[in-house]
Design a protein around this ligand. Structure first.
Ligand code: UDP
Length: 352
């Protein structure tokens, strides 16, 4: 008889990790071993008999990691700094964690011949001119060295190339996935963000409810394809399942090409949705939307991406996956969680 899959998730308390573990426990018979420095986002999973949590740090608890890489079938290292403001402000920390610490884990997967599912990023395509970014065709276009924003993209690109090469030359079984602006409950803490330290949806929400102006960087004409976390997780579950080996040695964009909005449109939509929540109505009615120059907001090392649309042909063909949730629904569910303290996991069940 087949044993249930054993999945190791490092960074299990993060935005993707916390949602992934909950879905695995709900929908599969897999066993999850998870490590994180915190556990505030996975309280609903702690104590589950198929979830073993260890509070630890990937840069310190290396023996725990090695033991569990050996023990598990699939390794998903999700620990990384993935916030553009920090690429600009703390590039060395980004390199040490995102590259160096993760390289050690990748090598352990090679050593013990374990399947590696690794987060690449939509950021690797950089300023590519392609109208849709294709995993196997698009060129990567990054700015010059003093434009520090690209360090994250560059690190992830090199990791992708290293993993791919381990696959070609040393038999590593891997899948690389590239999230396109995932959003949803638990993305960032809306009460925390200092100006410019969080991702756009959380930042805007924070500004509205704290009575601060929403700042559109360089006018907010730049566009992103937003992807609801549940759609992203659905794709990840298919990658982990790896039916007929279709996710092996492949790269997948995970994004929603239909949810292509400018940042200015996102701001307007958020303001009008927040008006529906009685407690915050007044603040939303007073919300101001202003424009700031990117140099002023992020500093000289910033450079932006005007459009970022995924081709999702690969995920459709290999995995039969398609995103389902539109932006308004995605934002409403995110707002319900943050503004009404609604039990997000229960809400999710109604989605299905
Ligand atoms: N942005 C903005 N105002 C903010 C925060 C972000 O206009 O307060 C813009 C940012 O310049 C970028 C887009 O929103 O063009 C998305 O930013 P995010 O940090 O979410 O991630 P990115 O998509 O750039 O990786």
């Amino acid at each position: 008889m087949n044993q249930p899959k054993k999945v190791l998730i490092l960074g299990v308390n993060g935005f993707i990790g916390s949602s992934l573990v909950w879905n695995i426990l709900e929908k599969t018979d897999w066993v999850v071993y998870g490590m994180d420095m915190f556990s505030n986002k996975i309280e609903n999973c702690l104590g589950h008999d198929r979830f073993k949590f260890f509070e630890g740090d990937i840069t310190i608890n290396k023996e725990w990691i090695e033991y569990h890489v050996k023990k598990c079938d699939v390794i998903i290292p999700l620990v990384a700094i993935a916030t553009p403001a920090l690429y600009v402000k703390k590039p060395i920390e980004v390199f040490e964690l995102d590259f160096e610490a993760n390289m050690e884990i990748i090598r352990k997967c090679v050593k013990y011949k374990k399947r590696l599912i690794f987060p690449s990023t939509s950021e690797v395509y950089g300023m590519s001119k392609d109208s849709q970014f294709d995993e196997y065709e698009s060129n990567f276009v990054l700015g010059p060295i003093p434009k520090g924003r690209w360090i994250y993209s560059c690190i992830k690109q090199l990791l992708d190339r290293v993993i791919y090469s381990y696959g070609e030359h040393q038999g590593l079984d891997y899948a690389l996935f590239r999230p396109f602006n995932f959003l949803g409950p638990k993305l960032d803490d809306i009460n925390e963000p200092k100006e410019g330290s969080s991702r756009v949806v959380t930042q805007f929400l924070h500004n509205i409810i704290h009575g601060r102006p929403i700042k559109l960087v360089d006018g907010g004409e730049q566009r992103r394809c937003f992807t609801f976390i549940d759609d992203g997780i659905d794709c990840l579950l298919r990658i982990i399942e790896n039916k007929d080996g279709k996710a092996s040695k492949r790269i997948f964009n995970i994004g929603n090409p239909e949810m292509n909005y400018s940042i200015a449109e996102l701001a307007t939509m958020l303001v009008s949705l927040v008006k529906e929540y009685d407690e915050y109505k007044e603040r939303a009615e007073k919300a101001e939307i202003v424009t700031v120059h990117s140099n002023e907001y992020y500093g000289e090392a910033y450079q932006d991406i005007t459009h970022r649309v995924p081709s999702i042909k690969e995920a459709k063909e290999q995995l039969g996956w398609e995103p389902k949730v539109d932006l308004e629904t995605a934002l409403r569910l995110t707002l319900d969680y943050h503004l009404k303290n609604e039990d997000y996991e229960l809400n999710r069940k109604h989605l299905r």
